[in-house]
Design a protein around this ligand. Structure first.
Ligand code: MG
Ligand code: ZN
Length: 194
């Protein structure tokens, strides 16, 4: 199986810092249409999100269930279901003891992608990470995936390196999905002629 790993905040849903109020959760522009296309291409859709608000004592892990539920409701309007939802509750500068650690799942580390790959039988080299900052790109590349940066102004530092260079950039999720469809088509035509 191959997958699209999706950042949540600023990529799948509008960025409201540390928000866990389901009423404030809205899909980003073209997210529903983009995920429809990716599902048609046969990708599993898996959210991978840093939630350091848990470590910082702003909300509990229990608050994330309703968030996931609300996103599922929004996507259901497009006939799209998610195949996985992974979050990292940690932060090295956290204040809640057991979460205040330097972990291997907080992006830009690839732990969530590697775990999802194990649990869902995902072929990482055939998969993609889509996010709105370079930490997402780095997590994707560290996991061996190709990457799309949604260039919507949310990345502000632009600390570039070879691990942080996106394979593609796109203005929204539907544009990202179209680029992935094109890349798939090229790969398939290449396979057919060799
Ligand atoms: Mg983001
Ligand atoms: Zn973590």
């Amino acid at each position: 199986m191959r997958a699209i790993f999706l950042d949540k905040d600023g990529t799948l849903v509008e960025n409201v810092p540390y928000n866990v109020n389901p009423a404030l959760i809205e899909l980003t522009w073209q997210a529903g249409q983009g995920l429809q296309l990716l599902k048609q291409l046969g990708y599993a859709l898996i959210v991978v999100t840093n939630q350091p608000g848990v470590a910082r004592g702003l909300f509990t892990e229990g608050a994330l269930g309703p968030v996931e539920h609300r996103i599922a409701e929004r996507l259901a309007q497009y006939g799209v279901t998610l195949d996985g939802f992974y979050y990292c509750p940690h932060s090295p500068d956290g204040v809640v003891g057991r979460y205040a650690i330097r972990c291997t799942c907080r992006k830009p580390m690839p732990g969530m992608l590697l775990r999802a790959a194990r649990e869902h039988g995902i072929e990482l080299a055939q998969s993609w990470m889509i996010g709105d900052i370079l930490h997402d790109v780095e997590a994707g590349r560290r996991a061996g995936c190709r990457t799309v940066l949604i260039d919507n102004g949310n990345e502000t530092e632009w600390k570039l390196s070879s691990l942080r260079a996106p394979h593609f950039t796109a203005p929204d999720l539907h544009a990202a999905a179209s680029l992935i469809a094109e890349a798939d088509a090229v790969q398939h035509s290449g396979a057919a002629t060799t």
